[in-house]
Design a protein around this ligand. Structure first.
Ligand SMILES: *Cc1c(COP(=O)(O)O)cnc(C)c1O
Length: 362
């Protein structure tokens, strides 16, 4: 028996499409694909992370995980030199962002973010009945903090500064972040999303130092990118204890599973693996950027593990040409741009080779 039924979600979801990593209508070719579309580490996690995951699996998955993630929080506290009551771990940084919204956003509150930035900030606002306020980018695809300041209003509650910015790879300097914080009202929470902070080196703002003067500043980090654990979903924030305390009230009790907690703990211990990964990916980034210069393909100089190429009208064709040659990058169709994640030397070479063929065919 069949009968007609249609679910009616809340109105704020009406304009929100399900998240798709691939543009619709793309047929992936058979065989091995060079995957350079999601800014993951091609080198994977430390063996210590895998040991930690396995230990947790064998240690008894019949039991619930520690709801306050005490071991990982303790290790992060030692790692960053901040008190444990300033740290909150959850199910991926996406989970942390959702929890931040659930904790602080009332219906109709405004969420400020760059126009070309991590898409989850906008979807967060839409999921929770808040209002997403995109701020136009500067003329070099950077976040325009002046523009952010101009748009702060009575209902502004959260401001997302993605630093380095995904997908453009640009960086806000310490000096500019400091000036920005000095002008933002304290009732507004400012998030420095540093998912790619490990790749920015000494150019990254000293966020923890700024937090001593600006308690409304929040730093976010994830194990998904440089640590190579995207599949296990662990992210965290460091904030004022009152922010963390408020979020604990709104939190799901068991947001992070035991295997992910074990893996993150192991990953954090292996600083050498992180150092080698970052070094190799920065070397790969240089190689990609030099290749793009040689091919005369426009790109934005990156502070992260990916490179953004504003190609205008040809972006879609270039994307499809790359896919046809077995290389998957990220297409931003409405912007006319693609983004390639830094891969292994072999993958970087495969990308440049495919790209040069696609361009010659044009
Ligand atoms: C990948 C990414 C995240 C999400 O990380 P997860 O921990 O995998 O959820 C958050 N912010 C930015 C800018 C990202 O690119």
């Amino acid at each position: 028996m069949t009968f007609q039924f249609e679910a009616h979600p809340k109105r704020s979801l009406e304009k929100l499409a399900p998240y798709e990593a691939l543009p619709s209508g793309v047929d992936l070719p058979r065989g091995d694909l060079v995957v350079m579309n999601a800014n993951e580490s091609p080198y994977g996690p430390s063996p210590r992370a895998l040991e930690g995951a396995l230990g947790a699996l064998k240690g008894g998955v019949n039991r619930y995980p520690d709801p306050s993630a005490r071991d990982l929080t303790g290790a992060l506290s030692a790692h960053w030199g901040v008190e444990e009551d300033r740290i909150l771990v959850d199910n991926g940084l996406d989970g942390v962002i959702t929890l931040l919204g659930i904790t602080f956003l009332e219906e109709g509150d405004q969420v400020l973010h760059g126009e070309v930035t991590f898409s989850v900030y906008k979807s967060l606002a839409m999921r929770l009945g808040a209002v997403s306020v995109p701020v136009p980018m500067g003329d070099r695809w950077e976040l325009d903090l002046e523009g952010f300041l101009q748009r702060i209003a009575d209902r502004t509650r959260l401001v997302f500064v993605c630093n380095p910015n995904n997908p453009t790879g640009t960086l806000v300097s310490h000096r500019r972040m400091e000036e920005f914080m000095s002008l933002v009202p304290r009732r507004v929470l400012v998030v420095s999303d540093e998912a790619y902070g490990d790749f920015a080196g000494d150019d990254l703002p000293r966020t923890l130092e700024l937090m001593e003067r600006y308690p409304n500043l929040i730093m976010m980090r994830t194990f998904s990118k440089a640590y190579g654990l995207a599949g296990l979903r662990v992210g965290y924030l460091i904030a004022h204890p009152s922010v963390v305390m408020a979020m604990r009230r709104a939190k799901e009790p068991y947001g992070v599973n035991a295997v992910a907690l074990g893996a993150a703990l192991g990953a954090l211990e292996d600083r050498e693996h992180l150092r080698r990964t970052v070094e190799a990916l920065l070397e790969g980034r240089r190689f990609l950027e030099e290749g793009l210069e040689r091919l005369k393909v426009p790109f934005v100089r990156s502070h992260a593990n990916f490179v953004f190429m504003p190609l205008g009208d040809r972006a879609g064709d270039v994307f499809r040409g790359l896919v046809a040659r077995g290389v998957l990058v990220r297409l931003f169709d409405s912007l006319g741009a693609i983004r390639v994640s830094v891969g292994t030397p072999k993958e970087n070479l495969a990308f440049l080779k495919a790209l040069s063929e696609v361009i010659c065919d044009e």
